[in-house]
Design a protein around this ligand. Structure first.
Ligand SMILES: NC(=O)c1ccc[n+]([C@@H]2O[C@H](COP(=O)([O-])OP(=O)(O)OC[C@H]3O[C@@H](n4cnc5c(N)ncnc54)[C@H](O)[C@@H]3O)[C@@H](O)[C@H]2O)c1
Length: 372
């Protein structure tokens, strides 16, 4: 015991390892810091902060509301605290990005995407001419965004845009006839939106649907299978590909993909191509979130439950639709039939700065059907 104590190395005071001057400087800084009052948010908070002698104010950025938000996108931070890619992270950049000769932008640097009533940000909603997409477009316009309604059905897109314009104003909405599976048409509407409003802040990848009558999995033709995947999955990839350069340039962006709660259980039987495509959307969402996070682009998906929309005629017979509605209602945690408005809150949230720390997520908006 005594011998052990003898051989125990003497504890060296931490400070003793540093030169004296450095130790003193550290202590002085500690004292100085204790005298500093950190005030988050200018204006609003400043007015409320009591003045106390000996306290210095340090403003870390603007408040959560208003147009003078700092570069922190709703989370004011001192510049020194913001994430900077380390040398090792920078080395892992793809050659394409590395050779651009500039550092990655700070993922938080772009500020908010859509803040209710305060910002003039720009959102694209595909399949916005009718059904759920039309509801999303109206909600985002109501939240203060400029909205581009895209649909393969040009009349539907124009009619939705007119209805939105009646509330929000004609300068806040545009209509585009385009097929999301056609690369040129996608490039054209994204280009037109960027030219008109100078930016693309959010994309709601909504165009799609089961498209074909419910049938056994092995009865679909190859062409039918491919078409369902093209519209529901490839179209989302094409639209993301077209908007990302604009978002990268701005250092921020929000992509909201539309999957389906059906993916979690493979139901209803008879929609194999659709369920497969919407499961692909889950993978696409996670992959893009990983790849685009360093550029400040958030990618999430919603997985809606069964929401009867007036325009859906092709997939289920009226009797089958009624049976599905009742079955879903009985199996949900919430025994109610969903309406388009039930999804709009999630879409608005995922396009807003309130969700800035959320990416790669699949949000089931289904009354608790999938995981209830
Ligand atoms: N309604 C539901 O119960 C439900 C549930 C889960 C997921 N979803 C998904 O939500 C989205 C909207 O569904 P909905 O019920 O409103 O359907 P809907 O058929 O009423 O609307 C879909 C819209 O997309 C447009 N569209 C179709 N193909 C297109 C293409 N190639 N290019 C551009 N536009 C195209 C259509 O013209 C239509 O306006 C779809 O992706 C659908 O799979 C719907």
């Amino acid at each position: 015991m005594g011998a052990q104590a003898q051989h125990r190395p003497r504890r060296v005071r931490r400070d003793a390892r540093r030169p004296r001057r450095e130790v003193r400087r550290g202590r002085d800084r500690g004292r100085r810091l204790r005298r500093v009052l950190l005030v988050h948010g200018a204006g609003r908070d400043r007015a409320r902060t009591p003045r106390r002698p000996g306290l210095r104010r340090v403003h870390l950025g603007a408040g959560h509301h208003g147009q003078d938000r700092g570069a922190g996108g709703g989370r004011p931070r001192p510049a020194a605290h913001r994430h900077r890619p380390s040398a090792r992270v920078a080395d892992r950049r793809s050659p394409r990005r590395a050779c651009r000769g500039r550092e990655r932008p700070d993922p938080r640097a772009g500020g908010p995407v859509i803040a209710a009533g305060a910002y003039e940000r720009v959102a694209i909603v595909t399949g916005g001419g009718q059904g759920l997409g039309r509801a999303y477009a109206a909600r985002l316009a109501g939240a203060g965004a400029r909205v581009a309604v895209v649909d393969v059905d040009g009349d539907a897109a124009r009619s939705a845009a007119e209805a939105i314009a009646a509330d929000a104003g004609a300068d806040r909405v545009s209509a585009h006839e385009a097929d999301v599976t056609d690369e040129d048409q996608v490039g054209a509407f994204v280009g037109a939106v960027a030219e008109r409003w100078g930016r693309v802040d959010a994309l709601v990848n909504n165009a799609g649907g089961a498209l074909l009558p419910s049938a056994p999995f092995d009865s679909f033709s190859r062409a039918d299978w491919t078409r369902v995947l093209e519209v529901n999955l490839t179209g989302q990839w094409l639209c993301a590909t077209a908007v990302v350069p604009h978002m990268r340039a701005a250092g921020h962006g929000k992509i909201v993909n539309v999957s389906s709660t059906m993916v979690s259980k493979g139901l209803p039987v008879g929609l194999a191509p659709y369920v497969a495509a919407k499961a692909g959307v889950v993978g696409l969402t996670r992959a893009l979130a990983r790849e685009l996070g360093p550029d400040g682009i958030r990618v999430n998906a919603i997985a809606p439950g069964y929401i009867p929309v007036e325009t859906r005629k092709t997939v289920h017979t009226p009797q089958a639709a009624q049976a599905l509605r009742e079955r879903m209602k009985a199996e949900q945690c919430l025994p109610v039939v969903g309406v388009p408005d039930d999804l709009c809150g999630a879409v608005e949230f995922l396009c807003s700065p309130a969700s800035d720390f959320i990416t790669g997520q699949i949000v089931n908006v289904d009354g608790g059907w999938a995981h209830g």
